[in-house]
Design a protein around this ligand. Structure first.
Ligand SMILES: NC(=O)c1ccc[n+]([C@@H]2O[C@H](COP(=O)([O-])OP(=O)(O)OC[C@H]3O[C@@H](n4cnc5c(N)ncnc54)[C@H](O)[C@@H]3O)[C@@H](O)[C@H]2O)c1
Length: 329
């Protein structure tokens, strides 16, 4: 698909970050947009931004849907097709995601499951729900957002990262296997898997909100657990009061967003170019390229505590580690 004018794109997680930028950039080309998110105010803002630059007649619809819930996804699909008066869609961006459920050993099963159900379940159930509409179109493309954690299950040696990594590996495996399935059974439907490095978005803050772990809502007990984790990694936080720990969490979320090597707008641009070029494998950022190469060069060493030093030698990952390590959730 070289030209998106007049096509219909469904974007999950369109309220912020890369989903918002995809909506803005595609609408600029006259592509109709149907987005979902949990945050209706953010979606309304994305809609306004997208329409401000779009040619007259471009439609942008917003739908509240939790992609971890298959029933809500069915309702979202039905609402999209009704509102755009069609039985077809051309693009499905399975983009919504959160971080969390880091430790399989220590973290609450609820948080682990929620992270997995959004990051993997959302991709799976949306692909299933929209497949008939993708097949009904003359040309269509599924774009699944995985991560560097879809091929390297780590964000540093001090931070367990199990639920997110398991989900992102699943997204990558599913997308790669779909290539053959679609080629045999629905050759006009294409699929790409997106593997971003560190992108400057508010995902740390937004994930906290989805998991009910934003600094304001964390209990003293949760703050105390986090203080212990931070202290055990060598940070001098043992005597910090709860509010200072809360400020630290907020600062780290801002650092993650503000100190990233790639912006959300740049990332969306890489994704759209990749789809236009028909590439199934879309890496975003020099960090993603380098980590991919280093893991392939020496997979046995990928989880050695000093492996990150090899990445740091290339000037990558320090900002991400500084903003996320160690991470509660
Ligand atoms: N930012 C990064 O460094 C990075 C790196 C690799 C991969 N990713 C992936 O990129 C995708 C987009 O992330 P982002 O960085 O733009 O984050 P973001 O937080 O800016 O945007 C994600 C959006 O998804 C929404 N969302 C979360 N849970 C949802 C749910 N259950 N149902 C519907 N919407 C939901 C959020 O409200 C938010 O608007 C995610 O899949 C993420 O895992 C991000």
């Amino acid at each position: 698909m070289k030209n998106f004018n007049g096509r219909l794109a469904v974007i999950t997680g369109g309220g912020a970050g890369m989903g918002r930028e995809l909506a803005i950039q595609l609408a600029r080309e006259g592509c109709h947009i149907a987005m979902c998110d949990l945050d209706e105010a953010n979606m309304a803002e994305t809609r306004e931004l997208a329409l401000a630059d779009a040619p007259a007649g471009t439609r942008v619809s917003t739908h509240r849907c939790d992609v971890s819930d298959p029933e809500q996804i069915q309702a979202f699909r039905d609402a999209v097709l009704a509102e755009h008066d069609t039985n077809q869609i051309n693009l499905l961006f399975n983009n919504a995601g959160i971080g969390g459920g880091g430790s399989f050993v220590n973290d609450a099963e609820e948080n682990w499951q929620k992270t997995f159900d959004i990051c993997w379940g959302g991709v799976y159930h949306c692909s299933r729900a929209f497949l008939p509409a993708l097949i009904a179109a003359d040309a269509s493309h599924i774009v699944n957002t995985s991560s560097i954690n879809g091929f390297w299950a780590s964000i540093g040696p001090q931070t367990p990262h199990t639920a997110y990594s398991a989900a992102k590996f699943a997204v990558k495996g599913f997308s790669e296997a779909l290539i053959t399935d679609l080629r045999i059974n629905a050759p006009h439907v294409k699929v790409s898997v997106v593997m971003p490095g560190h992108i400057g978005t508010s995902i740390v803050e937004n994930s906290g909100k989805v998991l009910g772990r934003s600094p304001d809502s964390m209990t003293s007990e949760e703050i105390s657990d986090l203080r212990d984790q931070l202290a055990s990694s060598g940070l001098p936080v043992g005597n910090l009061p709860d509010d200072s720990i809360r400020d630290l969490i907020r600062q780290r979320a801002r650092d993650f967003r503000d100190n990233a090597p790639t912006t959300a707008a740049e990332a969306a641009n890489v994704i759209i170019d990749g789809v236009r070029a028909g590439r199934w494998r879309i890496l975003i950022g020099d960090d993603a390229q380098i980590i991919d190469q280093l893991v392939r060069d020496d997979p046995e060493a990928a989880y050695d505590p000093d492996f990150v030093a090899r990445i740091s030698e290339h000037g990558h990952l320090q900002q991400l580690i500084a903003a996320t390590e160690p991470q509660a959730g």
